[in-house]
Every structure is written in C-alpha cells, then in structure tokens.
Design a binder for this molecule. Sequence first.
Ligand code: ADP
Ligand code: ZN
Ligand code: MG
Length: 523
Amino acid sequence: MPRELKDVLHDWEAVIGLEIHTEITTSQTKMFCGCPVAFGGEPNSRTCPTCAGLPGALPVPNKKAIEWTVLSGLSIGCDIARWSQFSRKNYFYPDMPANYQISQFDTPFCFDGEVTVEVDEKFTWQRYDRGTADNVKAVEGDVDKGYNARIGVTRIHLEEDTGKMIHVGGSDGRITGAIASLVDFNRAGLPLMELVSEPDIRTPEEARRFVHKLRNIFLTLGVSDCSMEEGSMRVDGNISVRKRGTTEFGTKTELKNMNSLKALHDGLTYEIVRQVELIESGGKVTQETRHYDPVTKVTSTLRSKEDAQDYRYFPEPDIAPVVLTDAQIEEIASRLPELPDQRKDRLMKDLGLPNYDAGVIAGDVELSAYFDEGLASVGKGRLKDLAKPFANLVLGDLSAYLNAEGITADASKISSADCMELVGLVHEGTISGKQAKEVFELMVESGASPTTIVEERGMKQLSDAGELEGIITAIVEAHPDQANAYRGGKTGLMGFFVGQVMKETKGQANPKMVNEILGRLLS
Ligand code: ADP
Ligand code: ZN
Ligand code: MG
C-alpha cells in the first residue's frame, strides 16, 4: 500500500514545472493555412495540402494567432520578443504528416512572465517552507490563513498542433493491445500556444491553482475555450523530488494524460509518493515519460527518455521572421480586459467584499460576469449595502443551484437582476431572510421574478410596529412562567419566545423588530 502525500512531505519536497498547451480555439483558421478551427467533425474533413503536410505546400502564419499569443504573454507580465522566428522541430510520428512540426525554438514570442497563486488554509499542510521560500509570501495578517506563491513562466511560444491518433482496441486510448491505428488530421495545424513554467511549483495544490488561474486568465482574454476534457488545454507535469533542505534538483519524470484539474492534482500526488518510495528503497528515478490513468490513479512508463531525441531544430525557411514594433505591442496591450487579479481587487476595494468572496467570484469567469450584471442592475448608491448580501446569495443558494444542475452561471435560469432584486427585498425589510430562501426555491421552480412571487403568495414581512407589539405582548402575557424564568437569568428562553411569535405570524414577522420588542418587554 503506497503511503500518502502527507506521510512523505515531512522529509521530501517536490519540484514541479508544467508545460501547458492551449489551442487558440477562437481563431477562425489554422496556424499556417485557411482550414477552419473546430472541435471534432468527420475525420480528415478539415484539411488541405498545407496541414496534411504535402510537399511543396507553403505555410502562411496566422496574424491573429500571433496577436492572441502576445496578448496572453502580456496578461502574465511577459516580455515580448521584437524579433522572432519559427523553427522546424524534426521527428517522426504518424500524427504529424510533414515529419516536422513548425514551432519556435530560441526566440519564443513571450518570455519571463509570472503568475501568483493563492493557496488557502486547507492546503497549506502540503508546503512546509511557507513564508520562508523566496517566491512565497504568507497571506498578510494571519500566517495560518494561507499563502501566495509566485510561479515563474519561462516562455510562451506558438506552434502548430498535431493530428490525433485513434488506437482501435487499445486500452485507455493507448496503442498497447491495439489492432489498428487511425489518424485524423482535423486537429493538425491548429494554432497552439505552449507555455513552460519554471520549476517553482512545490505541491500538487499549487499546480492545480496555477492551471486554474491560467485557464481563468485565458478565458477572460477569450483566447481559448480551455477545455481540459476536450483537449484544447493539455497539461504535462515535470516532477522530481529532493530531500527537504537540499537545493539540487532530482531526476524528473514527465507525466501525461491528466485531463482535468483533479487528475492533475492526483497524478502529481501519486508520482511524488512513487518517486520517494523508490528512492527510499534504494532505487533511482529514471528520466522517462509516464502515463496517468485517471481510473486507477496510477502512473506507468510510456516511453524512456534515455535516448533523448535530438530534434535538429532549424529556422523554418518558408516563413519570414516576425518583427513586432513597440507600437504594435502597445496596440495589443490596449486590448487587455480587466484580468482576474484586477477583478478581485475591484470587488474588495470598491465593494468591500472579503478576500474569500472576491477570490471565488473573480476566480470564475462566468460567475464574475453574472455578478457584474447584478451590480449593474441597481443604482450605484445602493451597492454599498447590497453587494455583500448579493455575494452571499451568489456564493450560497445560487452556486448550490448551479452545482446541482451541473451548469455554469451563464446558463443559469435565474437572472442576475432577479437575484439582486431578491436581495433588495430582504434589505428593505419586505421579506425576511428565511422567506428569501423560500422565494429562491420558487424562482428556480417557476422562473418568476421575486417581486411577483412575494406578491402572489402574500409573503410580505410583518413590519408594522404596532401590530407586532400587540401580538408579542399577548404572547408574553400568555406565558408568565417562561417570562419570569427569562427575567431570572434563563436567557436561552429568548428562542422559545421568538419561536412563538414566528408561529403566530406564520414566519412573517420581521426578525429584527421581534428581537427588539421582545428584549424590551422581557427586561
Ligand atoms: P527538457 O529538456 O526535458 O525539455 P526543460 O529544462 O526544458 O526540460 O524543462 C521542461 C519543464 O520541466 C519545465 O517546466 C521545467 O520547469 C521543468 N523542470 C526542469 N527540471 C526539472 C526538475 N528537475 N524537476 C521538475 N521539473 C523540472
Ligand atoms: Zn489546412
Ligand atoms: Mg525543453
């Protein structure tokens, strides 16, 4: 039985660097030809002599794809190359028709960026040097609350995607045991950004947050649909372990086939434990590429890297070098939208939302758009009062509803303006918070607006001071024993009286006023 991550992290530290391939799915056309970009389709229906690798076909670089790549680099603080070129990466594999991939070698479009990930309380146990390593900062104010880790980005370059192999009869899509292998070139030639991180990641949770954050940034930019399941965002994990306190890197393995954030976390976790156990039992990690199986949660050897390939990169002779001027880069920079970190800052500074609320909302593109729509549906002057209860509703009942339906906020049947209206009804005292829960459920059922539901059901909160005073006086007089006991110090009986009032008013009494009146009459 392998040990668990927490058992090995006392003595060992993981070193992780990620390579992330993202298809520029918002591009209309492939990287070097005019074929359309789309997922799936009849195999080999979206091909032409260029992306099918026929000799003599001439590649023409996709200007939009270069701009999207530069935009992506700028969004994570990269420097942008003023001069770069495409190179041929030579190797043989049946999913690559030309026997070389047009990629970039020593002059990537973007280099030296960084992404800061916030790791919350629940996962700080994975990191022992929190607050001491130079790229890590404990969250201000409370050392136990989590930390921020800065992850360097070495580069982002642009290349063409390969085709897709289908191994008929192979297990888990692998060639082992297959009786036939087919190839589909629809994906061949799609514009593909490759981002390479520095080996700055130390825990599976940091890796997950890093990819989640990048995904969120790329979705905000509109570069890609970033689907790990459909393969438009593919993450390879490079991983090694070393004794805590040492600085030298160990031998790394490269993990493939982690098709979700959970698979990434679990695959890295398995691999850390495997490497530690191997070394502790006198073995040695061999440099190799390993396959992660999400069903068994186990990694296994895919191919050895001992005979490390020499790709014989050389400048692509059919494409002129790309020169970008300062003015062009500035123009691209001017297209940068509000990014997740800025979004979070705005929610905290302008609306006074707590770090947690702002982080969860800003960490999800659809939820952010939904939230902003709600904010826009009421006057600016009311935001100070309504923003926090609105965040509570969005992160509470609304998120529960979205999770139950398995949908994202953009597909919500309940409009953001209706949610905000509901929050307003509670704030004005028209209905109680308890009634709001009921109204929310009715909104889910009927799609009606909260005001309509409240009116149709006569759910108005009872806020008439005179009427409430009358009801409460009668209740206190009807229970003299409890009233005396309360006055004698049994303050727990307050709940009993509130319950009586709610029973009498069918839950419609304004709770704030009930507390106030009860407190007065029982003193
Ligand atoms: P390769 O020559 O195998 O392609 P690179 O130096 O180009 O290796 O790095 C590829 C990725 O592996 C990068 O994300 C890098 O941060 C990461 N990496 C490099 N060395 C290690 C190591 N010893 N342990 C873990 N990750 C590493
Ligand atoms: Zn084509
Ligand atoms: Mg490399």
